[in-house]
Design a protein around this ligand. Sequence first.
Ligand SMILES: Nc1nc2c(c(=O)[nH]1)N[C@H]1C(S)=C(S)[C@@H](COP(=O)(O)O)O[C@H]1N2
Ligand SMILES: [Mo]
Length: 325
Amino acid sequence: MLIQNRRIWDLPPSAITPEHMVTNRRALLGGLGAIAGGLVASPANAQWRLFSGPAAKMQELKPLSGKANARYVAGRAITPEKDVSSYNNYYEFGTSKSVLDAAQSLPTTPWTIAIDGMVKAPKTIGYDDLMKKVSLEERAYRHRCVETWAMTVPWIGFPLAELVKMAEPLGSAQYVVFTTLADQKTMPGLKMSYYPWPYTEAVTIQEAMNDLSFLTVGMYGKTLPPQNGAPIRLTLPWKYGFKSAKSIVKISFTDKRPKTFWQELQDSEYGFWANVNPAVPHPRWSQANERLLGNDEMVPTQIWNGYGEFVASMYTDKKSERLFV
Ligand SMILES: Nc1nc2c(c(=O)[nH]1)N[C@H]1C(S)=C(S)[C@@H](COP(=O)(O)O)O[C@H]1N2
Ligand SMILES: [Mo]
């Protein structure tokens, strides 16, 4: 098993990031547990297969455009598309950054999003119907992963607030919970059974209604590639990247703060609020600087990832909360 794990350590140093290391330590523990229990397919095996399989046929992306939104200025060069689409976190397809091939099996059509919980009436919205109801925008946002890498992406999508309005939540609802696809047939990462699948994330209703909260369906003038969370994902640029859930299949409304995927794994390291803050280190590394995908340049991390003017006022009455990871 150690030899199989070494396949992961063989990745270039740039691909081995702290979040990856903690989960590999877990993979190791999980693998040992599996062997002790007499199971043959350890999580380490599952990961090894991802690296040794034949090159996958790439899913075809369709041209997509949106009206450029000049309100949000990226203030940095757009990251080359090839870096954004080949260096990913999508644990359902494995814990390495190289899930590009594996993710091509993601079944994206037909796609529906279930709306449930504290709403006027539960319903299901089809992706194609949804696209007829919204007007798409293009927004160049900075993205900051909790592992310290960062990128700037021309996303195409629409404000999350539009979907919240369609869902007609009850006045008593306080949180919006996003559940993402967990498809045993196509997602080898789900075999890592110590992860609390499905991947879920959540924000407050107030955060969901903030204009910066974006539901993304495309990037670089095309529909979203599977590895980036096709066909629809969240983009919350002032929070660490793990809040931006990919391939959303359900949106639920509740009055109880849910425990999300990363909180269940390690609440002390990946808290509910997860707002980007250079002054609050992750328990195991500094958040003061970030590495830009594409050229590996190191730049200082900005509070709220530079989006404070749009979001900081939402938190003035929440000082007692652990607002930053
Ligand atoms: N379903 C799901 N969503 C997810 C993740 C994941 O593993 N599964 N990883 C998160 C993390 S940690 C980051 S940084 C971003 C990465 O998005 P990207 O691959 O498009 O850069 O997706 C987030 N959304
Ligand atoms: Mo991340």
